[in-house]
Design a protein. Structure first.
Length: 137
């Protein structure tokens, strides 16, 4: 499949899921990176009106897990996040955040991702490390 078809399929998989609830959209794909964006609105705010760290982590796990599925290029697998850690460096009140997930290790069973979440100006909002596990159906 070409890039546009893969992104379309990723966005289609988000229907009726947490990703749809959070407004996550997959927007770019390269040889080793998947990019998604999420709107920062009151739906993803913590009580003081800034982006909730949990929403950032949900964005990161979503883009990393989708990337594992895409880059493994096997249809008969399920991907599960098994470890995630995040450092939040900047607050965001509105606009979009962008998660750039880059694969660091691509094993058949386990994948390691580093995910940079940035604001619209490209400034780091969160830095996330994600480990995913591949389960055969």
């Amino acid at each position: 499949m070409n890039k546009e078809a893969i992104l379309l399929e990723c966005n289609k998989m988000c229907q009726n899921t947490l990703m749809e609830t959070l407004g996550i959209q997959f927007i770019d794909l390269t040889e080793d990176t998947l990019v998604a964006r999420m709107p920062v609105t009151s739906k993803v705010h913590q009580p003081d009106g800034v982006l909730h760290g949990g929403a950032s982590v949900a964005l990161a796990e979503s883009v990393g897990s989708a990337g594992s599925f895409i880059f493994l290029n096997e249809k008969e697998v399920q991907i599960r996040g098994i470890e995630i850690s995040a450092n939040h460096t900047k607050s965001v009140r509105e606009g979009y955040v962008y998660a750039h997930a880059k694969i660091i290790h691509q094993g058949k069973t386990m994948q390691l991702w580093h995910i940079r979440i940035v604001n619209e100006e490209g400034k780091l909002v969160s830095f996330v490390k994600l480990t995913t596990l591949t389960l055969r159906k």
